[in-house]
Design a protein around this ligand. Sequence first.
Ligand code: SF4
Length: 348
Amino acid sequence: MHIESAEQQALLDQEAHRLYGLLGSVSRAPGAKWTLAQCAQAAYYTLRINQVKKEKNAVILAHSYTTPDLVYGVADFSGDSYALSRKAAETSADIIVFAGVWFMAETAKILNPSKQVIIPAGPAGCTLADAITEEQVRALKAAHPGVPVLCYVNSTAGVKAECDICVTSGNVFDIAAKLPQKELIFVPDLLMARNMEIELQRRGTPKKVIAAGGSCCVHDKYTPEDIAALRRKYPGIKVLVHPECRPEVCAAADYVGSTQGMTAYVAKSADKLFGLLTEQGLVNRLEAEYKDKTFIGAFGICSYMKQNTLSNTMQALLNPSPAQIVELAPDVIERARKSLQNMFEMSR
Ligand code: SF4
């Protein structure tokens, strides 16, 4: 934004202070919070993006794992994959700008195919979504005929199109428990599959889970020793972890749940000190929204999510490149939507 008048400068100052009011309590690096000067730099972009967003009738959805200048500066909605997919399905905007990773933008396109869906980060991957192909899912189905196939939402549109029911970290255990079959196929998170078997056993609905895929590069790196170290350093701390973590990490935690679940746990808890073994973006959101509580994060960073910036969000809104626009074949949309609709129905 080129500053031409005292009025524009006043607007920038106002926006910088608005951002600082939200981000002043948020960690930008270990031991360093957002400063007013950094918020002032962000304000140049946020003012312009919010203006262009209105002119183009666009909506910006930002995953909680993106950076807080996006989440609090320009997003109309922020949250986890499930919450954002609902917003994508409901929006009447002409353009959906999805600050997240590619499979999330694909999900928005599947649920609202008449919209233009843009992702600032372009074809940003995900170690889970990239861990299995639709050909591999077809081979699994051929090897286990009749066994229902569940896919984690962190999967490509092509993989979703091959599966019966999509699930998220918030509903995976409930949906798996509701299925009448004693055996199921789950892709592409091997650690969540092991956590699922343990949880189903605990609930008295044991099932055999045939799993294939990989793991999340952020959540897979945590160990029980990380939790022990947190407890030694901060006696009384409540430790929250994501079900993409290893089973031994989940077993050592006070709470295991999705991004939404962890947020709800913090909101309801009378405790004041929390350790979070998850992506730093969620730690930042909790720091911004629960200023009376203290959050110790491990600075786990998803490099794919962080490829979304204010700069490429503005560029994508103004003039998206082909690599930033999601296009999917109609038959893939049709078949993948069925697996998502089955999830919505089974989550009721
Ligand atoms: S945090 Fe993990 S699961 Fe989420 S997008 Fe990044 S690599 Fe994928």
